[in-house]
Design a protein around this ligand. Sequence first.
Ligand code: Q9C
Ligand code: ZN
Length: 351
Amino acid sequence: MHIFTAPLTQTQQHQPPHEIFNGEQEPHQEVLARVETILHQLQQTDFEITTVDTPAAEMREAVLDIASNVHSQAYLSYLESTSIVQPGRAGNSYVYPSVFNYRADLPAPTHPVALRGQYSFDLYTPVSATTFDAAVESANLAMAAVQHACTANEIAYALCRPPGHHAEQAKMGGYCYLNNGAIAARAFERHLSATQNATQQLRGVVLDVDFHHGNGTEHIFSQDENVLTVSIHAHPEKMFPFFSGLETPEYVANINYPMPIGTTDQQYQATLELAMEQIREFEPNYLVVSYGADTHAEDPIGGFKLTTEYFERMAQTINTLNVPTVVLQEGGYNTSLLGMNVARFLRGFSQ
Ligand code: Q9C
Ligand code: ZN
């Protein structure tokens, strides 16, 4: 297991003060302390840690190159445009949508207020002049992990922040801006097609074990038969993101396991074993694990009952494919337990 993290001083400036729920401001859950506690805990392990310090311009170019196979050009251009500090606005001030696009078939509008609603699907995912760079840096870690998994024959973990799995092809949401899991899958395709024999069609799996449905990843690959997306998550009738997460026959390689609130280790394990059965049948050449510790019993916004000890078993169950694998950090919001939960999960990949 090899850990990839970003320098805390630079683009981790992304710190949204609040999210808006039901018209009220609530403290934002996706805080910098998440990274600090995870890093602190991983420093107590004997995993090797690499701080990825790619020069900013080089990083933007490399990430946008892969991200252009995941997100629309218009969305990427919009996101990049938000990194320029607007006159009269502080660099760390966050903007939120006010009107969402109610006519997606008409020409795209240009007013800044319209753009915020065009490229977003919720009021949890605001943007400041620091957000684009943080999202790029997060995706860059996912790509560094993929490179390592392909060249060093070792599982790699990317301490991604902000998370990625809710980001759609052309919309931010659920604290996510760039879909790190989808970017990792495309990066795997690029690396492995350069090294493996060219006649073989590459197939990969993105397994999403965050508490919330991986709507973005599912939708981005919904018509790609070579990327199987599998998600185990809280039933959308009870939980964010509400509009997806059930079986969707139109999607060509997708499996969803909606779970009840209160799901225990045992229930989760039985479902994960089914999921792994399906994944083995797909015979993938690589695996991306979107990992959220918000399935833990004491997560402030979750609702499952998983224990810290179970995360190790979860990882052992996942780690049976023997293909290049990366683990990407998605959610997990209990900042006292998050570091331990992540360390425990990663330990399960290291036996
Ligand atoms: N009042 C991830 O775990 N809903 N995103 C929060 C709190 C948004 C979660 C509601 C949850 C987004 C990556
Ligand atoms: Zn989540």
